[in-house]
Design a binder for this molecule. Structure first.
Ligand SMILES: NC(=O)c1ccc[n+]([C@@H]2O[C@H](COP(=O)([O-])OP(=O)(O)OC[C@H]3O[C@@H](n4cnc5c(N)ncnc54)[C@H](O)[C@@H]3O)[C@@H](O)[C@H]2O)c1
Length: 276
């Protein structure tokens, strides 16, 4: 895959899954990459993979929810590479639990990472992306930013918010004639650690949740990265990743708000139950 030679790309949550695949694929296609994560071991493995390809990589521990650290990080990356062309706001976590069973702190944690992490990254890097003359913000939402699922209210809220934020930003860049493209990414089930890294309300069996995810997630992170990077090269405003995401998108368009009744029916049989 070509098209990123000479570009500088920043990938958050690059220690696993989609973030790692994006970082490796970007390096393979000639980009210099700044990778970050809170998981040092995962990050070191991604760095090793990029170096084995002969890639130019900078690796930092960064919690995307920590705004001040993110702002400092943006300047450090710009200083290191001389410019920044692309940010992939990818880091994310999941929580499963009905609204009634969720604590405020459970919901806040998801919003802090999945929404504020994206806002922090976008705001911190936007001046550098504009200055590069060829910038791109790539925000990872989810197919759960297109449809809601029972037990996922916090994650749904964050991922719908990422979509709204990104679509607004894209129009601002057009109106202001700023040289920054914006792509919002909506993956379906991708075979990563997201379900195993998820937290859940009391009474759920994490193993059952992971088993269901393994059954439903059909797309590899490498295939997801290739689809995302093709959309980035084409400066597409939205990319649906995987056949499941495409089917769900069509279903939501066809049924409007009534998709909720259909999914509630299916989820009653499919989703793990709480023990109490
Ligand atoms: N896997 C899927 O099916 C799927 C579907 C839709 C959307 N997504 C989204 O894709 C993105 C990547 O997830 P993934 O599937 O690769 O999961 P993953 O768990 O394999 O990787 C996520 C990475 O983000 C890191 N991370 C978590 N919290 C962080 C924080 N506060 N600061 C920095 N890094 C942090 C983790 O350490 C991990 O390395 C997430 O935003 C997720 O919501 C995933």
């Amino acid at each position: 895959m070509e098209g990123f030679s000479g570009k500088v790309a920043v990938v958050t949550g690059a220690g696993s899954g989609i973030g790692r695949a994006l970082a490796v694929e970007l390096a393979r296609s000639g980009a210099k990459v700044a990778i970050s994560d809170i998981d040092n071991e995962g990050l070191a493995e991604t760095e090793r993979q990029i170096k084995s390809l002969g890639g130019d990589v900078r690796s930092d521990r960064l919690n995307v929810a920590e705004r001040e650290a993110f702002l400092l990080y943006a300047d450090v990356v710009k200083e290191h590479f001389g410019k920044v062309n692309q940010i992939y706001n990818n880091a994310g976590i999941d929580f499963h639990g009905e609204v009634e069973a969720s604590q405020f702190k459970d919901i806040e944690r998801i919003i802090d990472v999945d929404f504020w992490g994206v806002v922090n990254g976008t705001k911190a890097f936007l001046p550098h992306l504009i200055a590069s003359g060829d910038g791109h913000v790539v925000n990872v939402s989810s197919i759960f930013g297109v449809m809601s699922c029972p037990g996922q209210s916090a994650y749904n809220a964050a991922k719908f918010a990422v979509r709204g934020f990104s679509e607004s930003l894209r129009q601002e860049m057009i109106i202001g004639k700023k040289p920054v493209a914006v792509t919002c990414v909506h993956p379906g089930g991708i075979k990563t650690n997201v379900a195993r890294n998820a937290t859940m309300a009391e009474g759920y069996d994490p193993a059952e949740f992971a088993k269901l995810f393994d059954l439903l997630a059909r797309t590899s992170p490498q295939a997801a990265a290739r689809i995302i990077l093709t959309a980035v090269r084409r400066k597409k405003p939205r990319v649906l990743v995987g056949p499941d995401a495409k089917v769900i998108d069509v279903l939501v368009r066809l049924t409007g708000a009534r998709y909720q009744d259909l999914f509630a029916l299916g989820a009653r049989f499919l989703l793990p139950k709480r023990s109490h």
